[in-house]
Ligand binder design. Structure first.
Ligand code: F6P
Length: 551
């Protein structure tokens, strides 16, 4: 049940929406010369522009009241204080400790965890340096050139996204690869061009039980043993996990195992030893800068007043469109090619965190929760799905992400990229009316009959909202800021929806059923009795196609 104050804030927002719906965003700009300055917030060089949204001062006041009514500030304090806010798993949520630069303790169960955090990181960074400098080598004495991270979900998406984003910082001669899918094509294609003698595998898994990761790790281990000999396994594998006993059983040397803690959620673990592949690739100093970027945002999130607090504003606008305007999707479009994997990373962060239907107390939610998060880099998206963003029947709010200057790329290209980004935001917001279209076509000398036929197709409804996040360049620190902004955005939304953002029970049923089906799929003599008709039919069809006898 949502409390009375929250209900009142939503009722006020609903009532005001009717008023706002009759005014275009362009009208809002026309009425306020200062709108860009008033509807933007800064964190150092990073600027969050939310002036192209369907909000005015009244809407923003209601949204901020909503945040207060939901006790976002109290819940934020509980988060940072290490309370066990992940109640269904009985865990605190303290990935912020991994990037804590304050010198202050971070308490979990009455104990400061900072000494463990720092010593674990120091060990991991010594290892990273050893690989980079070639003091740690493969079994045949050659330095490593290729690091293969084997992990999935939070043990893959974060490091893979960041390694791509920070590719200009990767040491020449070193390459980072990421194998996630249980589909054997993933590991086969990744290893196809690699020399095992110079390849280091890092098995990344919080639980060290995940089917995909364990299957890929076993295949890699067999391959190394077959190619370089069993004795080479110790030199070519390292592991990152919270389950050190299970890692030991796999046979990885103690000094190559890097831990983290159950108060770091999988999708929040990039800051931990899970970032090892990234740290090897970009180097410990840049990895530390990335952590500092996360800390910048933690400070901002805790200290900035709600009305200038970027993650709070991002969250409120998201809730506004999801719950007041009924928009079910949210696009994140980086005009930054190296952020190509950022939307995929955010899908897990947002949808695994907030894709919930019950409140923290286990009651059915009364408000829609996580929207569909999706996106691809611009300008590529412009030539693919932007048609739908501009003229489709659904309104999809967009986050545009862009650097003010390129990181090791051509300035002319970047100027065009920047212009494209702004043009899309402007086009979504302004649209083009029927009258404007008719005027343009008349000027082009088209006949009245032709204009009548063509004009409807050339109308853009406009008033399609977008935020723009601009930062100086995509440095490790800037990336750390972007990631942490979205992390806290997701947290604030969970606070408003009163859901637990830190469990993920919704992934379990499929895993369980796969455990039951895998033996039947593997053994064609096993009966399919008891399975639903579709599942049994599909197994039977596969058996027929693969020439096996149905059991
Ligand atoms: O199945 C979902 C999930 O548990 C994610 O939350 C997690 O990031 C991923 O699997 C991988 O888990 P692990 O790091 O334990 O292998």
């Amino acid at each position: 049940m949502i409390n009375h104050r929250i209900a009142a804030a939503f009722a006020a927002l609903e009532a005001h929406r009717v008023d706002l719906a009759s005014r275009s965003i362009a009208d809002l700009f026309a009425a306020d010369n200062n709108r860009f300055a008033r509807y933007s917030a800064r964190l150092d060089d990073l600027l969050f522009d939310y002036s192209k949204h369907r909000v005015d001062d009244i809407a923003m006041a209601h949204l901020l009241e909503l945040a207060r009514a939901a006790d976002v500030e109290g819940k934020r304090a509980a988060l940072f204080a290490g309370e066990k806010i992940n109640a269904t798993e009985g865990r605190a949520v303290l990935h912020m400790a991994l990037r804590n630069r304050s010198g202050q303790p971070v308490m979990v169960d009455g104990r400061d965890v900072m000494a463990d955090v720092l010593s674990t990181r120091a060990r991991a960074m010594v290892f990273a340096n050893g690989v980079r400098e070639g003091t740690l080598r493969g079994a045949t004495g050659k330095p490593f050139t290729d690091i293969v991270n084997i992990g999935i979900g939070g043990s893959d998406l974060g490091p893979a996204m960041a390694a791509r984003a920070l590719s200009p910082y990767i040491r020449p001669g070193l390459r980072a690869h990421f194998v996630a899918n249980v589909d054997g094509a993933d590991i086969a294609d990744t290893l196809a061009d690699l020399n095992l003698e110079t390849t280091l595998f890092i098995i990344s898994s919080k639980t060290f039980t995940t089917q995909e990761t364990m299957t890929n790790a076993a295949s890699a281990r067999i391959l190394v043993a077959k190619t370089l000999g069993e004795g080479a396994v110790a030199d070519h594998f390292a592991a990152v996990s919270t389950k050190l006993d299970l890692v030991a059983k796999f046979g990885i040397r103690d000094d190559r195992v890097f831990g983290f803690w159950d108060w770091v959620g999988g999708r929040y673990s990039l800051w931990s030893s899970i970032g090892l592949t990234l740290a090897i690739a970009i180097g410990p100093a840049h990895f530390e800068e990335f952590l500092t970027g996360g800390f910048d945002v933690d400070k901002h999130f805790q200290e900035a007043p709600l009305e200038g607090n970027i993650p709070v504003l991002m969250a409120l606008l998201g809730v506004y469109y999801r719950n007041v305007w009924g928009h079910a999707a949210h696009a994140v479009i980086p005009y930054d090619q190296r952020l190509a994997r950022f939307p995929a990373y955010l899908q897990q962060l947002d949808m695994e965190s907030n894709g919930k239907s019950v409140t923290r107390d286990g009651e059915a939610v009364t408000l829609a929760t996580a929207p569909v998060i999706w996106g691809e880099p611009g300008t590529n998206g412009q030539h693919a799905f932007f048609q739908m963003l501009h003229q489709g029947t659904d309104v999809i709010p967009v986050d545009f992400l862009i650097a003010a200057e390129p990181t090791m790329a051509d300035a002319h290209h970047h100027a065009l990229l920047f212009a494209n980004c702004l043009a899309q935001g402007e086009a979504l917001m302004r649209g083009r009316s029927r009258a404007e279209v008719e005027e343009i076509l008349t000027r082009q000398g088209m006949s009245g009959t032709e204009i009548k036929k063509l004009a409807p197709h050339k109308v853009f409804p406009g008033d399609r909202p977008s935020s723009t996040i601009i930062y100086k360049s995509l440095t490790p620190r800037a990336l750390g800021r972007l990631v942490a902004l979205y992390e806290h955005k997701v947290f604030v939304q969970s606070a408003i929806w009163d859901i637990n953002a830190f469990d993920q029970w919704g992934v379990e049923l499929g895993k369980e059923l796969c455990g039951r089906l895998a033996p039947i799929v593997m053994d064609a003599t096993r009966p399919v009795d008891g399975l639903d008709g579709s599942t049994a039919g599909l197994i039977g069809y596969r058996r027929a196609l693969t020439d096996k006898q149905a059991g």
